[in-house]
Design a protein around this ligand. Structure first.
Ligand code: HEM
Length: 402
């Protein structure tokens, strides 16, 4: 495979920006009208994802391990997207779906690369796409042996903690295994939209999962305003390795910095640690006002009865609060006052801006980048923005699980 030619043409192609994504989907839907119903009517959320993933693939095309892991995981995850045949019956994604996507991709590259699109380059791209398709299909076939394409879950409880925040609990039909700190794609069948949410609890013996949502867009507003006990939601396979690495140095203290409903994955981590050997954990939760600390009571309960040899120091902090006697300021400023944290693993989760600012302030205070594990709850990108600080410091865009 001519890796340099693929990379160079990808760089030239990427300069076309969103126009290329629009052209790609328009071509796909002309080639295969059956594919249209698989995608949401409003494509603005999806448009750049497939091409962004292809960018990730191209940049790792000579790293067989990373490429295989990424493509197989993506293929396994694609089992939750069902296609329809010409009679309108639901069918799993098959080889012919990949043929359509491949044709649309090659046509799009041709359109945007113009005279640079040579028969040799076409052959390189066709071979690379074929290899990725194989990996995705293998990933799907392997996953079929261990997990369902998605879980159906019943809503057991819904609590509106504030006008724009709800906490709800679901019970999946089969045990859905996840690691504290990971996210799951969630779909409300009425909307047919998938968005990522993080379980707020450590895995429980009864399999139930709690989610926290703040209304920010169509999906989250639907959950906050309309979700009812007895409703059905679908869950996809868990994803995300940043926050779930919280246990990589189990003997050392841990700092957790949460903003808004970014608290959810960090609460899952706290619950998991509480079941463990005992560890020194500081949890700083930031909010605008005391009223925004929507999970205060649950965290206080968690803080009691910490295992011997450790403790949970819970520090809620608000930007302004009438008659508030606790910490005031941004979560990161409060956290830094409690430091130093140079030898501590730090987990950060909040909205994109909070995450970026928190990571920046931690770095500026001398916390080494490799100590920081950050994830933003902007789950509109795939894979979710997570990982070491190099990822976290990237320019976050968008806002929340819209
Ligand atoms: C190399 C091949 C492909 C790549 C790299 C790719 C990549 C992606 C990515 C990254 C996402 C977003 C996932 C998420 O948000 O969780 C996605 C979603 C999706 N993909 Fe693919 N995909 C490929 C092939 C296909 C094929 C062959 C089909 C079927 C025609 C397909 C149908 C879909 C659908 C229906 C969605 C969800 C759209 C939505 O509800 O927002 N993909 N794909």
């Amino acid at each position: 495979m001519d890796v340099a030619a693929l990379r160079q043409s990808w760089a030239q192609f990427s300069a076309a920006g969103p126009e290329a994504a629009k052209y790609f989907y328009a071509t796909l839907f002309v080639l295969a009208p059956e594919a249209r119903s698989m995608f949401p009517t409003n494509m603005s959320y999806q448009e750049d994802k497939l091409l962004a993933a292809l960018g990730h693939i191209v940049s790792h095309v000579d790293d067989e391990r990373e490429l295989t892991a990424f493509a197989q995981r993506l293929g396994a995850d694609h089992r939750r997207f069902r296609g329809t045949d010409r009679q309108g019956r639901e069918v799993p994604l098959g080889e012919w779906h990949y043929v359509w996507v491949g044709q649309a991709l090659l046509a799009t590259l041709e359109r945007f690369l113009g005279p640079r699109w040579t028969p040799q380059l076409r052959a390189q791209w066709a071979a690379a796409y074929e290899a990725v398709t194989r990996l995705m299909l293998t990933g799907a076939a392997q996953a079929e042996r261990t997990s369902p394409p998605y879980w159906e879950a019943e809503v057991l409880a819904v609590q509106r903690r504030r006008a724009d925040v709800c906490v709800f609990t679901v019970r999946p039909n089969y045990l859905c295994e996840f690691l504290p700190g990971q996210s799951l794609p969630v779909q409300v069948p009425q909307l047919r939209l998938w968005r990522y949410l993080s379980p707020a609890n450590a895995p429980r013996p009864d399999g139930t999962i709690e989610f926290h949502v703040r209304a920010a867009g169509r999906f989250s507003t639907h959950l906050v305003r309309r979700l009812r006990v007895g409703d059905r939601v679908l869950l996809g396979s868990p994803l995300g390795a940043a926050l779930s690495s919280y246990d990589r140095a189990p003997e050392s203290p841990l700092l957790l910095v949460a903003g808004g409903t970014g608290l959810a994955p960090l609460r899952a981590v706290v619950e998991a640690l509480r079941q463990g050997q005992g560890r020194m954990v500081t949890l700083v939760v930031g909010a605008k006002t005391p009223d925004d600390l929507y999970d205060d009571r649950a965290i206080r309960e968690l803080a009691s009865g910490w295992p011997a040899g450790g403790w949970l120091r819970y520090v809620p902090t608000v930007e302004s609060g009438w008659q508030w006697s606790g910490a005031v300021g941004r979560a990161v400023d409060t956290a830094l006052r409690l430091g130093p944290w140079r030898d501590t693993d730090v987990l950060v989760c909040g909205n994109p801006r909070m995450t970026r600012d928190t990571v920046g302030a931690l770095l500026a205070s001398g916390v080494p980048a490799e100590r920081i594990l950050a994830e933003s709850y902007d789950h509109s990108l795939y894979p979710p923005l997570a990982g070491g600080v190099a990822d976290a410091a990237r320019d976050f865009t968008g806002s929340g699980a819209r």
